[in-house]
Design a protein around this ligand. Sequence first.
Ligand SMILES: C[S@@+](CC[C@H](N)C(=O)[O-])C[C@H]1O[C@@H](n2cnc3c(N)ncnc32)[C@H](O)[C@@H]1O
Length: 419
Amino acid sequence: MVQGVREGRSLSDLLPRVPEAARAGTQALAFQVLRALGGAEAVRAVVAPKAPPPAVDALLVSAIALLWPVPAGERPPYPDHTLVDQAVHAARKRTPAAAGFVNAVLRRFVRERDALAEAASQQPVGAFNHPLWWIERLKRDWPSHWQALLREANHHPPMTLRVNARRSSATAYVQRLAAHGVAAQACGSHTVVLAEPCPVTQLPGFAEGEVSVQDAAAQLAAPLLLGEAGLPAGARVLDACAAPGGKAAHLLELADLDLLALDSDPQRLARVQQTLDRLHLHATVKAGDARDPASWWDGRPFAAILLDAPCSASGIVRRHPDIRWLRRPGDIAALARIQAQLLDALWPLLAPGGRLVYATCSVFKAEGQQQIDAFLQRLGPGGASLDPASPGHLLPLPDNAMAGPAMPDGFYYALLHRP
Ligand SMILES: C[S@@+](CC[C@H](N)C(=O)[O-])C[C@H]1O[C@@H](n2cnc3c(N)ncnc32)[C@H](O)[C@@H]1O
């Protein structure tokens, strides 16, 4: 897994290839390694300045990362001697010529752990376990918060649920969970945070559509788009980047809408239909490029549009520790260009008086505040108004007003009104 990520493949692509019985364990170990990869690579560079072949290096940095877990203070998953023995055993099987080298490096790390860890922490990638360009960008965007953001990104995320508003409430569902031996806390009218993550199959009523897994920050999109007054029954609404369907389903749980759920990825779109079926909700589900309305729009304007745009996902690195190692510095400008094209293409589809929510699960300003500032400038005076109640950037930090029993993901939200 670690070698694959270093070669540019995502864990979501790689993990399905692992035999099912070993998948959860493999994922847990891969997550732990990727949270500590910067430090482990820095240690390897101190102990062995010339990098060994990729398979050996992946094994080495994985073992170092598991011997020196992040976040600090977390217990290593195995005793030192077990880890070293198993790493050497794996090397003997797959790269026999390197077994002695792996053994020597790991034993030295175990002997000199404090000094080597200290040396690795002297440089930012080793200290924060993120690529340097990512650290520099956060420093520029958030001069007073960048260190806390990087530290928090290495913590384990909470498991948060959205209770189907058509079926139940957060307090009632917390009681139902308690009856099944699952500890949880209500956090808002339909949001529940579990004390410990668990498989969805253990959630009562999940298969029947009583509840869905969705972070608290992601749960802000639907109420923001609907507004306090709500939309009239049957209002035409577009979810322009809908897959896998979490926010589309939330909209339909809260209101009776004529919803078009669009996405350019037909495979991901299939998951939207599955989600809607599980929750007994209905929308028109369509494949199409939202930047090219001529190819899918029937010409009837929308009362509201949700643009949950493709982005760097820098706000959800806790859930996807591979993202930071997969992205390249140029990706942010490329994604920002697509987001701008999406905004420009979709705005004319909004009825006069209509509302558009622009959202990204990013903490980079280029995909949030700067994107919307530039859009408002392109439209010119009177083209659109930014609602003063727009949440703006929500940072995954302990002082986040939404933090409650668990810290939500990083998001950006803007609510725009068409005059
Ligand atoms: C952040 S995800 C959306 C998450 C979804 N709103 C939810 O809550 O489950 C972004 C989605 O945008 C889609 N996408 C990317 N470019 C697109 C385009 N040009 N037109 C439509 N969808 C696009 C991707 O396939 C991806 O599913």
